[in-house]
Design a binder for this molecule. Sequence first.
Ligand code: CP3
Length: 339
Amino acid sequence: MIFIDACFKKNVPYTPVWMMRQAGRYLKEYMKVREEAGDFLSLCKDYKRASEVSLQPVDILDVDAAIIFSDILVVPLEMGMDLKFEKGDGPVFSEPLKSLEDIDKLDPNAYKKLSYVYDAISLTREKLSPNKALIGFCGSPWTLATYMIEAKGSKTYAKCKKLIYTNPSLMHTLLKKLSEILKLYLEEQIKAGANAVQIFDSWASALEKDIFFEFSFKYMIEISNYIKEKYPHIPVILFPKGISGYLDGIYGNFDVFGVDWSTPLKTAKEFLSPTYTLQGNMEPCRLYDKQAIKESVCDILEIMKNKAHIFNLGHGILPDIPVENAKYFINLVKELSSK
Ligand code: CP3
């Protein structure tokens, strides 16, 4: 698998490419299955349909990896929290965490209830061509905690940050509990057939530097250490979003660093290459225009010439991107990077 080879810095015939959120609303084929399934969470729990939409971007765009269709928030859901995806409003927890009692009530065996994810992975791996990788994933403990405490997406993260500064040990209790579950959750995904795993830390940038390393990065590395010790052949990808000023502090045993679009790739290369393969980082809104795509693909390939690299967007693809432009992007990366 060329994707896995690139994760391990081996020579590859071209730069492998996939897109975050590649199974999604910009595809009419996704919308059709989503409507058949009912709401978003029903689609996540329906392993056959979840597998079908995971495979769509591989069939339609010929990306080098599939990512299993699910959501980071199925973990708190199965820990016992009530979750709804409101139209236009995103995810909402009706009873956000407030106290140690609330945290103690969360089910530490939640990973055992996520068999719909493992079944979707097994089925997808079975159907996927052997040269394409299947990526499993989870949210970082910190990013999950933000939703569990704030109840929904937040602009200020004031409730979480208040906890960090007024009662840090309570926050650590929650982050530890999440980390223990996420280790076992990723392990089950690997046993089911995931060839690589990615940890999404979408709200890393909400934290000042030292606090990021203490309350977020440390836990991602703990999870990665657990996986790398037991499954050294499985690449671990970390994606802490928006921390271009913190790159000098990045350390630890993982394989691929996901670079978001706001971080200059040259800076990431300076600090992190060749220790880690870099993944990224075209600004997703460039997909609105072919010329804008071409400029960025050329720039990024030039910067990463002769360095271990996986091409991706610097965050998820948006729902109103023309599929034709996404196809153009994927083909262009392969064509221009071919050796
Ligand atoms: O990448 C893929 O194709 C795999 C599937 C995937 C989804 N969510 C499907 C999804 C992955 C990897 C995620 C991760 C995820 N979920 C993150 C981390 C990545 C990031 O974008 O920062 C976060 C923060 C979430 C939580 C979440 N889920 C939010 C905030 C939302 C609402 C925003 C939106 O895009 O609508 C979701 C819903 C969601 N997750 C959708 C999809 C396809 C849209 C639901 C729909 O079909 O209507």
